[in-house]
Design a protein around this ligand. Structure first.
Ligand code: SF4
Length: 128
């Protein structure tokens, strides 16, 4: 992803993974990358990236279709806004407001195979 940036770490449980939002900007250094060994960083970290607008397969009707489906298909998993360092520039928040932030902690950069609801939300436009 262009301008990819880490802003969270996957926490929670295997059954219910949840993002722990970082308090400060972080970089994936070569040393940190090496410490993961064979583990793909996208399984461990939550990344943001530059919105590609119409060049992205998730884009629909002038908006992020992924954010729309997450709001429509996934239930909130927290009752208060996560302390998120990218909110000021987050397209999902700009388009969907605080309601999407209450669902956001269940969103993984690399969706685990058993997270069927999230996989469904992520695939809807791509598969159609
Ligand atoms: S939806 Fe909310 S919590 Fe998720 S990345 Fe955007 S601002 Fe942060």
């Amino acid at each position: 992803m262009a301008e990819a940036r880490v802003f969270g770490v996957v926490a929670g449980t295997l059954a219910e993974p949840r993002i722990a939002y970082l308090k400060q900007r972080a970089e994936i250094t070569p040393e940190l990358r090496d410490s993961l060994g064979e583990i793909d960083p996208t399984l461990v970290f939550r990344y943001s990236g530059r919105c590609e607008n119409a060049r992205c397969g998730q884009f629909a009707d002038g908006q992020c279709g992924l954010g729309q489906r997450i709001l429509e298909q996934l239930a909130p998993v927290v009752s208060a806004l996560p302390s998120c360092q990218i909110r000021a520039t987050c397209r999902w928040h700009e388009e969907r407001g605080d309601a999407i932030c209450l669902r956001c902690p269940q969103v993984m950069t690399r969706v685990p195979p058993d997270q069927t609801a999230l996989r469904s939300a992520a695939r809807a436009v791509v598969a159609s």
